[in-house]
Design a protein around this ligand. Structure first.
Ligand code: 13P
Length: 261
């Protein structure tokens, strides 16, 4: 089975109504050109943008009639709407047609103290609302240097897989491996490092269920740029990329997408 690549842009806390409008217009016209250049373009990949929640409505307005999906970078851990000041529920994201939502990004783990258990609550709430969670995992520089990277990410995964709510027949989730030391550093992990870690993740999925392991996408994130994307995206077990800085301009985002061809 070939898994379609997911080329996902995480805008983080960037954007404005005006900048986004320019981005979406560029994205629509440039992606249309690409889909003419490669006539089975969307059979090979899916493009997706993760915008700050406030701009989800704008993303929906621009992208709803296109092949490009969209979502947000976070969701509340509360299943039902209620007295949770400042929070945004999965039901609200669904109202604006979010297909995916990123959870457990290392910036939220580190800056806001999000724990594996808290992230697991979000994972299951998203699945219950038919939104596909993109679960971010990754080790720190220190853990990497101490050769504990794989143990750390397997533990992060286990917070989901060992949860009684986990359904090993439900392949509606994506894993994004983002080594923290590679995020925003300009220095991506090497193809060898990426391959080793992605293989360990795939094997862990196989232990759960062979069919699930065939279906679940494993993305790489951390300084993915047009200059290194061809090498990274064509590795076995790399089913796409989660792109920060290079997703803020339509041309660099799409140059990364084009590198799979
Ligand atoms: P950069 O591509 O800017 O390194 O960010 C990666 C990332 O954190 C995506 O979620």
């Amino acid at each position: 089975m070939t898994r379609k690549k997911l080329i996902a842009g995480n805008w983080k806390m960037h954007g404005s109504l005006q900048q986004n409008e320019i981005f979406f217009k560029d994205l629509l016209s440039m992606s249309e050109n690409l889909s003419k250049k490669y006539n089975d373009f969307y059979n090979h990949l899916e493009l997706s943008l993760f915008v700050p929640s406030l701009y989800l409505f704008q993303a929906q307005n621009f992208l709803a009639n296109s092949a490009i999906s969209f979502g947000t970078q976070n969701v509340s851990n509360q299943a039902e709407n209620g007295a949770f000041t400042g929070e945004i529920s999965a039901k609200m994201l669904k109202d604006f047609a979010a297909k995916y939502t990123i959870i457990g990004h290392s910036e939220r783990r580190q800056l806001l103290g999000e724990t594996d258990e808290f992230i697991a609550e979000k994972f299951f709430i998203l699945q219950q609302n038919d939104i596909i969670p993109i679960l971010c995992i990754g080790e720190t520089q220190k853990e990497y240097e101490e050769s504990r990277g794989i143990a750390v990410i397997l533990q992060q995964l286990n917070a989901i897989f060992a949860n009684p709510k986990f359904d090993k027949n439900n392949a509606n989730f994506v894993i994004a491996y983002e080594p923290i030391w590679a995020i925003g550093s300009g220095l991506a992990a090497t193809p060898e490092q990426v391959q080793t870690t992605h293989l360990a993740i795939r094997k862990r999925l196989q232990e759960l269920n062979a069919d699930l392991a065939e279906k679940v996408k494993i993305l790489y994130g951390g300084s993915v740029k047009p200059e290194n994307s061809k090498q990274l995206l064509n590795l076995p077990n790399v089913d796409g990329a989660l792109i920060g800085g290079a997703s803020l301009k339509a041309n660099s985002f799409l140059a990364i997408a084009e590198s799979i061809f």
